[in-house]
Unconditional design. Structure first.
Length: 491
């Protein structure tokens, strides 16, 4: 096939012996819908507990992901995605001496997918403070522990993603017509994004509930203890080349918008206690979580969650209508997330019991062949993450992380209470198969590949002597602003 290239890796040398997920699910209802309606193919209203083999944490196995896994079927249900997300997080955070598996076995990389060298034997080197998609900066609440600090970000990738990225880039650079292609990262490819703050920003009593480690803060030239705030777990499983986009946070870091109110206008968000990102007694509005279309980026400390667990709501705390999932599937997602969070917390004995799963999002690929999956992802373009009826996104349609997408929960310019399904944002709003790439100083716009769901791979393609890191970052920002402007223009 013209412009087609194949990855020829001996992935068997990297394969992990995967064990089965042993789960306990209480089935309540099971209704089927026609795939042709573009609704979720199997609505499985369940309450699923965590796997019995996930504990103790030191022995958590990696989840099944490839052939013969729960994803290797024509028709899926919500629970397998949520279970994969939690088990993958537990496997990544599995204790290994004084560290964790993800710190020991994954590679810390820059936003351009280049390895970050340790400094004075400190593996965690932090320099990135910009929010996902934008330059917004999140600050901790100075009243929480008499110190205000900036949130830092670190990205990790596994060997499968790194090796395939290297091969793909080499093939594309040999022939730039291959910027449009029908390839995808193989099953097992993994990215992990983490957020951290200096441990000194958190009271000693509270700090005992955070995972902490030593980090080198590049801007300050110092080694200091830092606390893990959140984590994106982004992995490819069978039949899902778009990755599953799962996210985790520490408990009680910010306030929540009150959807129980039935008024016609917003009620300012407040808190009756000091939180890491919210001052006691302060009032916050949509302006506090809005990225400006012009002017300097915000540096804000009083922020809040719009949709808990990424489940879109409306006044009276009802499920948002006119989304790509019906109420039964939305309820199933919520039930699974809440049940899994409780089950894991009840069974964990270490510090990670104080973290929770805030949902995940994926695309509906049920019934599609591998070729059809790629074609769907490419043809969907920027609409792949849309929450509106008829779109492809499934799961927690408003999935986000309060420490990473603080200013990208919505792009409403008015009141949150008036939100509808066209205003809902998730990871796949920015992470799509469409991209702009700069190679040897030449910008190639509107190129298409499932490989481009990975932003760090997009940027890695542009790394060359003719293109500076600042130019690559500006290219990503331009993409982001184009998406924002298109979203607001279509309102």
């Amino acid at each position: 096939m013209k412009n087609k290239f194949k990855f020829n890796l001996a992935l068997s040398i990297l394969a992990i012996a995967l064990l089965s997920i042993l789960s306990s699910c209480k089935k309540e209802t099971n209704a089927k819908t026609d795939i042709e309606t573009d609704l979720y193919a199997s609505v499985d209203e369940t309450t699923c507990n965590c796997g019995t083999d996930w504990f103790p944490h030191s022995q958590t196995p990696a989840p099944e992901e490839g052939k013969g896994s729960p994803f290797d079927v024509k028709s899926t249900n919500d629970s397998i995605f949520h279970q994969w997300s939690w088990q993958k997080f537990l496997w990544l955070t599995k204790p290994m001496g004084n560290s964790t598996l993800f710190e020991q076995e994954l590679t810390l990389v820059t936003n351009q997918l280049e390895p970050v060298a340790p400094v004075d034997n400190i593996k965690l080197v932090l320099s990135d403070i910009g929010q996902a998609g934008s330059d917004g900066i999140l600050l901790s609440n100075v009243n929480f522990n008499k110190e205000r600090d900036t949130v830092y970000y670190g990205i990790y990738a596994n060997d499968i993603l790194l090796l395939n990225s290297e091969i793909a880039k080499a093939a594309i650079l040999r022939d730039t017509t291959r910027l449009d292609n029908s390839e995808a990262f193989p099953v097992g490819s993994l990215e992990v994004k983490t957020s951290w703050v200096k441990a000194s920003s958190i009271p000693t009593a509270e700090l005992a509930t955070y995972y902490t480690t030593e980090a080198y803060i590049k801007s300050e030239g110092l080694v200091t203890p830092v606390a893990l705030l959140g984590m994106h777990v982004v992995g490819v499983v069978e039949n899902h080349p778009e990755f599953i986009w799962a996210t985790f946070e520490h408990n009680d870091m910010a306030a929540f918008y009150d959807w129980a109110a039935t008024t016609d206008s917003d009620i300012p968000v407040t808190s009756n206690q000091e939180l890491l990102f919210f001052t006691k007694g302060a009032e916050a509005t949509i302006a506090d979580i809005t990225y400006p279309s012009s002017g300097p980026p915000p540096a804000i400390e009083n922020v809040f969650t719009v949709f808990q667990y990424g489940i879109p709501r409306t006044a009276g705390n009802k499920f948002m209508p006119n989304t790509s999932q019906n109420d039964a599937s939305t309820s199933s997602n919520l039930n699974n997330i809440e049940a899994l969070n409780k089950c894991v917390s009840d069974n964990l004995q270490d510090v990670f019991k104080y973290y929770f799963y805030n949902g995940s999002v994926w695309a509906n690929t049920d019934g599609l062949s591998s070729e059809e999956q790629i074609a769907m992802l490419k043809n969907a373009g920027g609409s792949i993450g849309s929450a509106k009826t008829g779109s492809h996104a499934r799961g927690a349609l408003g999935a986000f992380n309060i420490t990473m997408e603080t200013f990208a929960q919505t792009f409403m310019n008015s009141e949150i209470h008036n939100m509808n399904s066209s205003d809902v944002i998730n990871c796949m709003f920015c992470h799509t198969a469409s991209a702009s790439i700069k190679i040897n100083g030449v910008k190639h716009k509107g190129k298409s590949s499932a490989l481009y769901f990975s932003h760090i791979f997009r940027s890695y393609l542009s790394v060359d002597p003719e293109t500076s890191i600042n130019e690559i970052e500006q290219l990503r920002l331009e993409e982001f602003m184009e998406l924002v402007n298109a979203k607001t223009k279509n309102k």
